[in-house]
Design a protein around this ligand. Sequence first.
Ligand SMILES: Cc1cc2nc3c(=O)[nH]c(=O)nc-3n(C[C@H](O)[C@H](O)[C@H](O)COP(=O)(O)OP(=O)(O)OC[C@H]3O[C@@H](n4cnc5c(N)ncnc54)[C@H](O)[C@@H]3O)c2cc1C
Length: 635
Amino acid sequence: MQYHVNGFHPGDPDILPAAPDHRRAGDPLPETVDVLIAGSGPAGLCLAAQLARVPQIRTMLVEPKPGPMEKGQADGISVRSMEMFQAFGFAEKVMRESVWINETTFWAPGAQSALDRVARVQDVPDGISEMPHVLLNQARVHDMFLDIMRRSPTRLAPDYGLRVVDLAIDRAAAAYPVTATLEYTTPERAGQTVRVRANYVIGCDGARSNVRRAIGGELHGDAAHQAWGVMDVLAVTDFPDWRMKSFVRSKDAGILMVLPREGGHLVRLYVELDNLGEDERVADRGMDAADIIAKAQRIFRPFTLDVREVVWWSIYEIGHRLTDKFDDVPEAEVATRAPRVMLAGDACHTHSPKAGQGMNVSMGDTFNLGWKLIAVLTGRADAALLHSYSGERQAAAKGLVEFDHKWARVVGARAEDAATDGLPRVAREFVNNLPFTCGLTIQYPAGLLTGEATHQALAPGFDLGKRFHSAGVIRLADAKPMQLGHCVEADARFRLFLFAPAGDTGATGGAVAGLCDWLQHDPQSPVLRHTAPGEDLDAVIDVRAVFQQHFRSLDFNAMPALLRPPVGRYGLRDYEKVFCADAKDFDDIFEARGIDRAQGCLVVVRPDQYVAQVLPLTERAALTRYFGGFLRVRR
Ligand SMILES: Cc1cc2nc3c(=O)[nH]c(=O)nc-3n(C[C@H](O)[C@H](O)[C@H](O)COP(=O)(O)OP(=O)(O)OC[C@H]3O[C@@H](n4cnc5c(N)ncnc54)[C@H](O)[C@@H]3O)c2cc1C
């Protein structure tokens, strides 16, 4: 965490200096904004937290509810989302507050008793990520994003009591082409409307999205005609695995899932209720929390369940649906116009909560969109870049819906058939699907933002198109053991990691020094071409290097100037760009990621932590071509 860069600033360093013209509470609604976000769920807030950090972008977020959510909905936070939270700076806070899911157990009718533990597996495979899989109230995740917004230069806060009812798009307008009609939902102004014009509208307004309707989008898919209950309870029970994630299948009373929650006592239960008729809605059954409790008690027998408090409950139907496009541009017009309205989260994909993916994939959508919107709105990229959002995320959501379709049936399976290795099938499927439920299988295809795998062999551990698989290093200037991936913050910048070949000390004449010199001085350098005059040299592309030697054998002052640049108004030295492999606290990163020690390599990481390029240190033209494909030349 770097601060005091432009002079000493007392107090909490997470509170950033306010932009002089930021909107203050009580100020009238703006007539025009750059981005209007509909909905303050995880998708909307994850986007707002990124945009709020950019003073020159005017963002507005409207939410019909009167205030922040307090409880309910999702709780599953995948390791991939935890890696993303690290980029926002609140992963440690979540790790402290949440419950970690370390082991998952499986119960089924046994030979001995009505219910036996038939399997147990480690929840997160070793080495898959430095982060844990955790559970925490969705509302607390919202609070983390709201905190970032409140402390950002724009001091952004949702406009509660307002909802989007309709959109009109003037394709001829150069600025603010989208007019949103907002309706007040507060009792005193209910039904009154106001209009706001925006350059972009992002529909994060949930499964019944008005924004989706306004652009003619539809959810396609099916309903499983199955009702499930969910409840967060404080209860007394003799079920041994009350603090473990557990799948419990009874002989003939159905299935439930136990999910321990934050605070050491709260527990979430997902309880299979009834099958619904073809045209039947769950509401027709008039079931409530008492029905969920009764069903859970029957499934748990012979164990007892004495519920002392129901904190939250809901009953829902399982449905798997996906919208055909995540923006307002039909396929046929992609070549002629850029999106102005985009959708994210439940507004474009719905699925069962069983895999705990809802919140995760929704945030994944807007973490993919955020840096692209910032690049376009700050003049770094052409608006055509925004086409890649629907392209990349629609495919990811399709994978999720297909997976959930299959998983819902595995969990719901009646008879227990053992898989070949003796594990019950549900447990075997659970283990096989862990990389997916960890959120780590998304791989963006080669194209505008992801390079070809021509040089993948230089670093097979950094899969192109997948998220950057962090590993431990030592920071040279202060000998700090840390995760290299934690250099990638949610600040819309690219990272260029230079992995030095054996024997390279950063000294002149070496591959690292040669490339750094080119990046800093050559007119073909993307660092120069895409950074505006007056911006810090690392404002768009942040270059870092990792050496194979022990940190005690390297000299920071002998490093290339690009790796120890002057920053801020005093021209202070940046000491945080040079690292060394470390075999003491971690596995050596060159080993762990299979990096070619003789040649070294460079790895380009996108602002959303996905690997964009793996190239030889000498492949300069490819670097120029890559960034030139979507970033504007600005000098
Ligand atoms: C009742 C319910 C229970 C759920 N339970 C679980 C669960 O148990 N486990 C799980 O994993 N997932 C659960 N989910 C799913 C999970 O919460 C979602 O997948 C996740 O929240 C999606 O995030 P989102 O931001 O896309 O949408 P949401 O979280 O749904 O947020 C959408 C927001 O948009 C607002 N909004 C609606 N209409 C408008 C409008 N016209 N203009 C502006 N704003 C609008 C809404 O008030 C809401 O705040 C549940 C969802 C719901 C709705």
